[in-house]
Design a protein around this ligand. Structure first.
Ligand code: IPM
Ligand code: MN
Length: 347
């Protein structure tokens, strides 16, 4: 029997609730489709940090490298560990070390889910550059704590990095509506963003079948709200993509539905799948976190592992469940009830 090894990092807060729920669904799908998923759980989290002084053991990255994929719940417990420490200790190093340069986030309304907009027929795929740009981590502070203090944080855009994410966006557009929105702020940022626009124009010649439009990020943010159905694939830098995908999550009904995949397209290292939402300390362990974003991320993981039929079936089960009004109103259905309904719809 074919088998896929998965590293499970439930992390903090509701990350633990939703990872367990998604795992139940994924194991059921695997059983039904005749393949095996072996999960190995790692306790890496803010609690682990309190115990060991590290978010990830020294050999953590090397340990993860041996897996076929990583399923992550959420990282962060700001009451005890500053976010700048926890995220730079776990989530962000994994994205970089495993060259997961494409962060893919689908934004559409599941049946039965009410979004805040009048528009209902949008289907946007955001592709966020995930390893450089504004998240490069290059910078520093001098004269700390004094009136002369200076903080510098430099965005780094490389030709290789920009080209590969744009090509990835063009390819995705090809498999969909053949429309690509390339997002910058080149009217204000005259080096990096003009560079991005130039590369977009250059690559467009290789994809004459894709209609590419360059937008400024402010205008694109407004368009996601005013005319989301006009968009297909959106490709943006790390920070712009981060912000736009929170808008995407909002218009699809909330973070409980926002799935994401951190993909290493070359498959030289494992990819990582995680819901967009954070650890939501206020509702952690109350049993009411919506597991759908994580289950959807899990379906993206199955797809990446080549289990396309199972991935499609999981999404059908999620859609059948929300169409019945289960998991569509925050706080109404428990994590367990939503999970059970999806499992039932799978079998
Ligand atoms: C996301 C999150 C992270 C990011 C944070 C937690 C560092 O907001 O995945 O969108 O900015 O990448
Ligand atoms: Mn974000």
């Amino acid at each position: 029997m074919k088998s896929h090894s998965i590293a499970l990092i439930p992390g903090d807060g509701i990350g633990r609730d939703v990872t367990a729920a998604a795992w139940t669904v994924l194991e059921t799908a695997a059983k039904n489709f005749g393949f095996a998923l072996t999960g190995t759980e790692f306790p890496w989290s803010c609690r682990f940090f309190k115990e060991t002084g590290r978010m990830l053991p020294e050999d953590g990255i090397e340990t993860l490298r041996g897996f076929d994929a990583i399923l992550l719940g959420a990282v962060g417990w700001p009451a005890e560990v500053p976010d700048s420490v926890s995220l730079h200790g776990l989530l962000l190093p994994i994205r970089k070390a495993f060259v997961q340069y494409a962060n893919i986030r689908p934004h559409r309304l599941l049946p039965g889910v009410k979004g805040p907009l009048r528009a209902e027929n949008f289907d946007i795929l955001c592709i966020r550059e995930n390893t450089e740009g504004e998240y490069s981590g290059a910078g520093g502070r001098v004269h700390q704590g004094t009136l002369d203090e200076v903080a510098v944080e430099t965005s780094i855009f490389t030709r290789a990095g920009v080209e590969r994410i744009l090509r990835f966006g063009f390819e995705q557009a090809r498999s969909r509506q053949r429309k690509l929105a390339s997002v910058t702020k080149s009217n204000a940022q005259k080096y990096s963003m003009v560079f991005w626009d130039e590369i977009t124009r250059k690559l467009a010649a290789d994809y004459p079948d894709v209609e590419v439009t360059s937008y400024h990020v402010d205008a694109l943010a407004a368009r996601m709200i005013m005319a989301p159905e006009s968009l297909d694939v959106v490709v943006a830098s790390n920070l712009f993509g981060d912000i736009l995908t929170d808008i995407g999550a909002a218009i699809q009904g909330g973070l409980g539905y926002a799935a994401s995949a951190n993909i290493n397209p070359d498959r030289s290292a494992p990819s990582m799948f995680e819901p967009v939402h954070g650890s939501a300390p206020d509702i952690a362990h109350l049993g009411i976190a919506n597991p759908i974003a994580t289950i959807w991320s899990g379906a993206m993981m199955l797809d990446h592992l080549g289990e396309k039929a199972a991935a499609g079936r999981v999404m059908k089960a999620v859609e059948a469940t929300t169409a019945r009004g289960i998991g569509t109103t925050p706080g109404k259905d428990s994590t367990e009830a939503i999970t059970a309904a999806i499992v039932a719809a799978l079998t």
